[in-house]
Design a protein around this ligand. Structure first.
Ligand code: FES
Length: 156
């Protein structure tokens, strides 16, 4: 069940939108920001507020790869797997991340700290290979740089 605060924030988005459904991504983000992901129950409730069917809203949520429809860890590692990054070493980084975190695509570490997901081009091809952790973009990655980034997150 959505909280009063979530409903209030979604209502504010609706007031800024010409059409209710235009607020759908922002509404999903409001819930995800508080819960980490968007459950079926939350999605159905949001759809009701937007006068959308759950199927319509789910199709948006599953198309938009920054909306998580399953629980994720505290930090989401989005490693770009598009062409520019792949050409300059994405596969080595993927292998390194799999080994370091002990998980594969779509999985979360047992301590619930990291979830590893592939992502299409982050729009930072000039920084390839690139990844995003939470909302922070990292480029020019090497296995060593990956380790340094993950080491800084040891206590978060
Ligand atoms: S292909 Fe990776 S950032 Fe563009």
């Amino acid at each position: 069940m959505l909280t009063e605060q979530e409903k209030k924030e979604i209502d504010e988005e609706l007031n800024r939108s010409v059409h209710k459904r235009a607020a759908c991504v922002d509404a999903l983000k409001i819930v995800q920001r508080r819960r980490g992901w968007v459950s079926d129950e939350s999605l159905a409730e949001i759809a009701g507020l937007l006068d959308m069917t759950t199927e319509e809203l789910d199709s948006v949520a599953t198309f938009y790869n920054l909306i998580y429809r399953r629980p994720v860890g505290r930090h989401v590692v989005l490693l770009c797997d598009s062409i520019s990054c792949w050409i300059v070493g994405q596969e080595e980084l993927y292998a390194h991340l799999k080994k370091r975190l002990g998980i594969d695509w779509g999985q979360t570490t047992p301590d619930n700290k990291f979830t590893l997901l592939p992502v299409a081009c982050l729009g930072a091809c000039d920084l390839a290979p690139a990844m995003m952790i939470d909302d922070e973009l990292h480029g020019g990655l090497t296995p060593q740089k990956l380790d340094e980034i993950l080491d800084t997150m040891k206590h978060s």
